[in-house]
Design a protein around this ligand. Structure first.
Ligand SMILES: Nc1ncnc2c1ncn2[C@@H]1O[C@H](COP(=O)(O)OP(=O)(O)OP(=O)(O)O)[C@@H](O)[C@H]1O
Length: 450
């Protein structure tokens, strides 16, 4: 580590603190993530397999892992340095972002997701804090890193966000897939427009409640499988009609609303894949180069993210091409997602249903704000400083005692790190898991340093 000069702490996550540093030899500015637990041998660097995968990921919109160092039993990840995360940008924002800013960012993130999805990976913890920005460039961070479920406090104060968690995960599906990232992107996109989280649930139960109050409760037509999942854990959805998203996101165009609506579909199978999202009319002005045509397009020196859509339109036959046809992509091979990537068994969640029946009576109403309120457009910044507005209230605290599958021990539940879609990682999944479970009675708070 003596090769690096540590400058200052820029982030403090669940598993590591992140520092800005300079490579003394090259002068390059990097971000060094120092893991909180100790690793007494390389074998103990439980996630090395994933680290190797991450190092292989080479995409302009995925934060590059440059180096992994273990020194004095401490594990360090050296990343390229990014100036901000999206949460910081939203928090400090005095006025709304323009639609073209939102489009530019989302287009880049969908390209990274498309890259990952085509390689059978998905992120599973997309949230504004994990989207890092330098100038116009945005990159996905924090995936594939070691997540230790057996680690001891000092992590107990942190409760990972549930605001971007897909309903199938909330309902403890054992077979979720890359569509969870698409859900998260819908929620993030909406938040970029309003600077308010779309589904600010204060507990898992309240999270579902918030979702119902926005997109309407699911039914046989919208998500038959979800009703079955709910049945399995004896959960009853609260009954709400849907609200048109344009009411909640007044600054967004019709195309943006259409994309967010489809990303936030109850049924994971009805959400677009990343490739399909890139073909949505919202991105009409953007220039997407399907991987199959990358080498040819490279000749034109097109920027990796956004440009003018000049070509390849005839190649786009995805979900949103033409008049929003329902036909599946045909001529664009990259748009053909292998069925296994969509439906593969990802993991077996550790579940404890002992008190699940409590949900029958407990989740008929949302905590606070029974309906999502349209954003206060004049004071968007207040959201991130107002605890109550973020759904953290006494009522919420109480509701959080009776969450879906409550009765669990307040220990870290393994939520696997980004992993090969369609693959069951078995034993190692325990090690790859990240904290997702919300210990009862704890409130969510974002931890952002700097
Ligand atoms: N490459 C980077 N460049 C600059 N800042 C970074 C970088 N990577 C991470 N950070 C900052 O550090 C914060 C925490 O990083 P990260 O999410 O990787 O930690 P974590 O322990 O995995 O967090 P979490 O609790 O979200 O799982 C990020 O939100 C970001 O603000």
């Amino acid at each position: 580590m003596e090769r690096y000069k540590i400058i200052k702490e820029v982030g403090d996550g669940t598993f590591g603190s992140v520092w800005r540093a300079i490579n003394k030899q090259t002068g390059e500015v990097v971000a060094i993530k120092k893991m909180k637990r100790k690793y007494y041998s390389w074998e103990e660097c439980i996630n090395l397999r994933e680290v190797k995968s991450l190092r292989k990921m080479n995409h302009p919109n995925i934060v590059k892992l440059k180096e992994v160092i273990r020194e004095n039993d401490i594990l360090y990840f050296v990343f390229e340095y990014m100036e901000y995360n999206l949460y910081q940008l939203m928090k400090d924002r005095g006025k709304l972002f323009s639609e073209s800013e939102v489009r530019n960012w989302c287009f880049q993130v969908f390209q990274a997701l498309s890259y990952m999805q085509q390689r059978g990976y998905f992120h599973r913890d997309l949230k504004p804090e994990n989207l890092l920005v330098t100038k116009n460039l945005i990159k996905i961070a924090d995936f594939g890193l070691a997540r230790e479920i057996y680690s001891e406090p000092p992590y107990t104060e942190y409760v990972s966000t549930r605001w971007y968690r897909a309903p199938e995960v909330l309902l403890q599906s054992s077979t979720y897939n890359s569509a969870v990232d698409m859900w998260a992107m819908g929620a993030i996109m909406a938040e970029l427009f309003t600077l308010r989280p779309l589904f600010p649930g204060s507990s898992e139960a309240d999270e579902i409640c918030k979702i119902c109050s926005v997109i309407g409760s699911p039914n046989e037509n919208t998500w038959a499988e979800g009703l079955q999942l709910a049945n399995l854990i004896k959960y009853q959805f609260p009954q709400y009609p849907s609200v048109h998203l344009s009411v909640l996101i007044p600054s967004a165009s019709k195309d943006a609303i259409s994309l967010i609506t489809s990303l936030c579909s109850w049924d994971p199978n009805k959400r677009p894949t990343a490739v399909e999202a890139l073909q949505h009319p919202f991105f009409q002005s953007c220039y997407y180069v399907p991987p199959s045509l990358r080498s040819r397009a490279a000749v034109h020196k097109t920027p990796p993210s956004v440009g003018t859509r000049r070509a390849l339109e005839q190649k786009s036959t995805g979900r949103f091409s033409g008049a929003l046809s329902n036909s599946k992509p045909t001529s664009n091979p990259s748009a053909k997602i292998q069925p296994s990537l969509r439906t593969g068994v990802q993991r077996k969640l550790e579940m404890d249903y002992q008190e699940a029946s409590k949900n029958d009576k407990s989740v008929k109403t949302c905590a606070k704000q029974p309906r999502y309120r349209p954003p206060a457009r004049n004071s968007p910044t207040s959201l991130y400083t107002d605890r109550a507005a973020r759904g953290v209230s006494d009522t919420a605290e109480k509701l959080s005692q009776i969450t879906i599958g409550s009765g669990r021990q307040p220990v870290r539940q393994p939520v696997p790190s980004p992993m090969m879609a369609g693959g069951w990682h078995g034993q190692s999944d325990m090690f790859l898991g990240r904290s997702q479970e919300i210990p009862s009675g704890r409130s969510y708070s974002r931890k952002v340093v700097g």
